[in-house]
Design a protein around this ligand. Structure first.
Ligand SMILES: Nc1ncnc2c1ncn2[C@@H]1O[C@H](COP(=O)(O)OP(=O)(O)OP(=O)(O)O)[C@@H](O)[C@H]1O
Length: 351
């Protein structure tokens, strides 16, 4: 059992604010992903939970107990980093065993626990090897085995997949999800990769410049982004965003007219996802513009036009053929539209 409460925690270095007023309760066994661009404060948040960084303000409470003043080794957390952090002179067996020694676990239990952890991540054939003689994926599995060997209450993982190639990332991602489920540990996972966040998380926290932008399930965040920053960070491609004016329920901007929107008159940013729009083969769509680029994705063709200098994309059939410069018409149903204030990171106001 490990419920983690972060009560208004902040981290400042002088006047610089790394994390601002982070307030969230992470449920027992939850898989929480901290997502955001480089420098947004993800790692700092995690280091405060681990005790590697002091919180300037706020309380960190694990299972009802305030742990701010506890040493990292006295918090029941295991960390996995991007850089593996293995001991080069120890073989795989000794690397996995190390946390048991440090924590003073009864020596008689070590062998069984190491073997179980190694088996769990398919390393039994590599126990004698030193880290230098392992591939990146194998090294990351050693780091995982070392984290699970003593069955901590909390796992903290900082971009554990970012040194792996694309294929290994997918299989290791699946392994992490499965491990976390089986071990029933509370997991906090840091990434700047929105696909990792969406596939792994029970809940995602999207951060920007130290400030939480939105907390929600992957579906919430995808379907109802709280502002244009979240809308443009989640999804591949990101949500199409266009600046324009609403007048009498109709949105207008360059080459675009979308009716049936129920927000007050004035400037707005309108968004929609590529898969929620379609090519209007009869030419009667809401956006009509020349094709800027076409991308073959295998299962679909992505067609993009440019509106006020920004790319607006729509997914079409994989057999669709056209040339750059051909005129296309795109149908955008009003129900597919998200409306945001026309400001930087504009707040959601409708849709
Ligand atoms: N010891 C420190 N002193 C001053 N500023 C720091 C210190 N550590 C981190 N920062 C700053 O705090 C901000 C948040 O850093 P953090 O490492 O948490 O970001 P991140 O979201 O994890 O980024 P990345 O994905 O690049 O690891 C950054 O602007 C960083 O430069």
């Amino acid at each position: 059992m490990a419920e983690i409460q972060l009560r208004n925690i902040s981290k400042r270095w002088g006047t610089f604010v790394g994390v601002d007023n982070f307030d969230l309760t992470i449920a027992d066994k939850e898989f929480l992903v901290l997502l955001g661009p480089s420098g947004c404060g993800k790692t700092t948040t995690m280091r405060m939970i681990a005790g590697l960084e002091d919180a300037t303000e706020g309380d960190i409470i694990v299972d009802g107990e305030r742990v701010n003043d506890k040493e990292p080794k006295d918090r029941d957390v295991a960390m996995v980093f991007q850089s593996y952090a293995l001991y080069p002179n120890m073989n795989v067996y000794e690397n996995i065993r190390f946390p048991l020694k440090v924590r003073g676990v009864d020596t008689a239990l070590h062998h069984d626990q190491v073997m179980q952890a190694a088996e769990r991540v398919e390393l039994l054939d590599f126990l004698e090897r030193k880290p230098a003689a392992l591939s990146g994926g194998q090294r990351q599995r050693v780091a995982l085995a070392r984290a699970i060997v003593r069955r901590p209450k909390v796992f903290l993982m900082d971009e554990p997949l970012s040194n792996l190639d694309a294929k290994l990332r997918v299989s290791t991602r699946a392994q992490i999800k499965n491990l976390s489920h089986d071990l029933a540990a509370t997991t906090i996972y840091v990434t700047h990769d929105q696909i990792e966040a969406m596939t792994l998380a029970d809940r995602v926290v999207v951060m920007k410049r130290g400030i939480v932008q939105q907390v929600g399930s992957p579906t919430d965040i995808y379907d109802t982004p709280a502002n244009t920053f979240v809308a443009s960070f989640i999804g591949s491609p990101a949500m199409n965003l266009m600046d324009g004016e609403i007048q009498g329920g109709t949105f207008r901007t360059q080459n675009t007219e979308i009716q049936g929107l129920s927000v007050p008159d004035g400037p707005v940013t309108l968004g929609f996802r590529a898969e929620d729009a379609a090519l209007a083969l009869d030419g009667q769509g809401q956006i009509t513009a020349p094709i800027y680029t076409l991308e073959l994705l295998g299962d679909a063709t992505m067609i993009s036009v440019r509106i006020n200098g920004a790319l607006v994309s729509v997914k079409s059939d994989k057999s669709y053929r056209a040339e750059i410069g051909d005129m296309v018409s795109i149908s955008v149903p009003s129900e597919a539209c998200h409306l945001f204030e026309a400001t930087e990171d504009g707040k959601r106001i409708g849709g």
